[in-house]
Ligand binder design. Structure first.
Ligand code: C2E
Ligand code: MG
Ligand code: MG
Length: 508
């Protein structure tokens, strides 16, 4: 080996080497082992053999053969990689984890450290020889790699343990999904030398958000969680934090059941009226989806809409809502119950569909509902995703005669500029602002400003989530006359809203 390389290695600077092999004992065995092997080898002052070969698997085979020939065993590992699996090894994972922790403060995402422990069993209960075990670890490492994203790191930790770093994960469900994927792929049996080999996998997870956590703490947490996973029978994953475990399990269960909810007819709609207080008149009725599941009970949209968006299920679900609500509205018209629009929430993914406007037209056509009786509720964040598309879409909807409401105004970006750029008919002030109205002078100023601007743009302005009479009086002082909320009524199912509409002449 070139002497500059060796000097560098002796200074502890291993970066320029392809691999650095560490042999546990300082004695003549290492010379025997590598004698005649086809690698450039040097030795530094600290019991370390330095190689410049990239062929890790070939080196591993050589070492194994030679260990057997001299009939003696000893331990060896690569400083930057593992010989059996070809994966980076423990010291490198530690370095990568420290780096990931330093980077994690720059993003709102989660950093996740996942430890996996593999238990290997042969069909007839025999124990596996070293060579077979080594091949399984190698195959396991390949399957594991295939379950992860390009930016994720995997390393061989020790014995039958692997560590993975998943930086920039959006949610705990995402971590749960990756772990489910790992379990699915890794628990498949291996066939080696005409033998069926079974594995059992335990997974422990540590998470880091914006809080301070060292690499040591994360490793400790993930190892503790791994022990819990083993205690509970393996082939499962456990988060270090039990509350997160329960939340994630519930959300993933919801996600799984959600896939069949539409075909099993588990959704229904509730309706909540909006009223103009001074005129004592209903001005619109919002349709709100509910999911009634036999085991889960009633699941609120707050829990499942974002999951439906992530999985793309929101598109068929959204279409079902539109069709059902428009049909319902048509029925009220036939019974002369109200002359006001039905208001339907549109999620951002639904809005981004290229055939969105065509789908609305087709629903109106099918249900024979006049476009002016339909109001679509969108949020600023939906519009902001693609301003060009939003402009085109809203213009086409305006042309058809469908109304547009800007929902949840006041808590997000709350740009009055949107009111100039897009043609809305209604502005809905978000519930948290209305909630804090009495106690927060800033919210008072905000409501005053929103009402003034809305009136000058000739928009209806509705206060959402009004729960008490005192709030109604306060809102009236600001000139906000339209309200929606539990003070008037909670969202009602089909039959009850019919009764409500029938009696609506005397609602106040
Ligand atoms: P949103 O459109 O702002 O709907 C208003 C939410 O406030 C509803 O919650 C309603 O039940 C609740 N609410 C009304 N009055 C009061 C009140 O006085 N007090 C309190 N605490 N809450 C009140 P819900 O039905 O749970 O819906 C939550 C959100 O889920 C909706 O917010 C909307 O963004 C979304 N959502 C509901 N249905 C659909 C749907 O069919 N499609 C889509 N894409 N989103 C929906
Ligand atoms: Mg809404
Ligand atoms: Mg809202």
């Amino acid at each position: 080996m070139n002497s500059d390389y060796m000097k560098s290695a002796m200074d502890g600077n291993y970066n320029q080497f392809h691999h650095v092999l560490v042999i546990e004992d300082e004695d003549s065995r290492k010379t025997v082992i590598l004698e005649g092997a086809n690698y450039s080898v040097g030795r530094d002052s600290r019991n370390t053999i330095v190689l410049n070969s990239q062929k890790v698997s070939r080196l591993h085979a050589t070492l194994l053969r030679r260990t057997n020939t001299i009939n003696r065993s000893f331990s060896y590992w690569l400083l930057d990689g593992d010989l059996q699996t070809g994966l980076p090894s423990r010291p490198l994972l530690m370095e990568q984890l420290k780096m990931a922790i330093a980077n994690s403060f720059r993003s709102d995402d989660l950093l996740s450290l996942v430890f996996l422990e593999l238990e290997i069993f042969e069909e007839n209960g025999n124990s596996l020889n070293y060579r077979l075990k080594s091949r399984i670890l190698e195959g396991f490492a390949k399957r594991l790699r295939a379950c992860l994203r390009l930016g994720d790191s995997i390393a061989y930790w020790e014995s039958s343990q692997f560590g993975c770093i998943l930086p920039q994960v959006r949610s705990t469900q995402d971590v749960g999904r990756v772990c489910n994927r790992m379990l699915e792929s890794l628990k498949q049996q291996f066939f080696l030398d005409n033998k069926k080999v079974y594995t059992r996998i335990s997974i422990g997870i540590a998470l880091k958000g914006n809080e301070e956590k060292t690499a040591g703490t994360m490793i400790h947490e993930a190892q503790d969680a791994l022990a819990k996973s083993q205690e509970s029978g393996s082939n499962n994953y456990k988060f270090a934090n039990e509350k997160l475990q329960l939340e994630t399990e519930r959300l993933l269960r919801i996600e799984k059941l959600l896939a069949h909810a539409l075909e099993r007819k588990e959704f229904c709609l509730c309706y909540q009226p909006q009223i103009a207080v001074n005129e004592n008149k209903i001005t619109g009725i919002e349709a709100l989806i509910r999911w009634e599941h036999r085991d889960l009970g009633i699941v609120s949209p707050g829990e499942f809409i974002s999951l439906a968006e992530e999985t793309g299920l929101i598109v068929p679900i959204g279409e079902w809502v539109l069709e059902t609500a428009c049909q319902q509205r048509k029925r009220w018209q036939e019974e002369s119950l109200t002359d006001q629009p039905i208001c339907i929430n549109i999620s951002s993914q639904q809005f981004q569909q290229t055939n969105f406007v065509a789908m609305i037209e087709s629903v109106l056509d099918k249900t024979k509902l006049e476009p002016y009786l339909l109001e679509l509720e969108v949020t600023e964040s939906t519009l902001a995703l693609n301003m060009e598309l939003s402009r085109k879409c809203l213009m086409e909807l305006n042309e058809i005669g469908v109304k547009i409401a800007l929902d949840d105004f006041g808590t997000g970006v709350s740009s009055f500029g949107y009111l100039k750029q897009f043609q809305f008919s209604t502005l809905k002030i978000d519930r948290p602002i209305i909630n804090d109205l009495s106690s927060n002078p800033q919210d008072k100023a905000l409501v005053g400003a929103i009402v003034n601007v809305a009136q000058s743009f000739n928009l209806r302005v509705i206060a959402e989530g009004v729960e008490e009479k005192a709030k109604v009086d306060e809102l009236l002082q600001f000139g906000c006359e339209e309200i929606q909320g539990n003070w008037l009524t909670i969202p009602l199912k089909e039959k009850k809203i019919m009764d409500f509409l029938i009696k609506s002449d005397c609602i106040l």
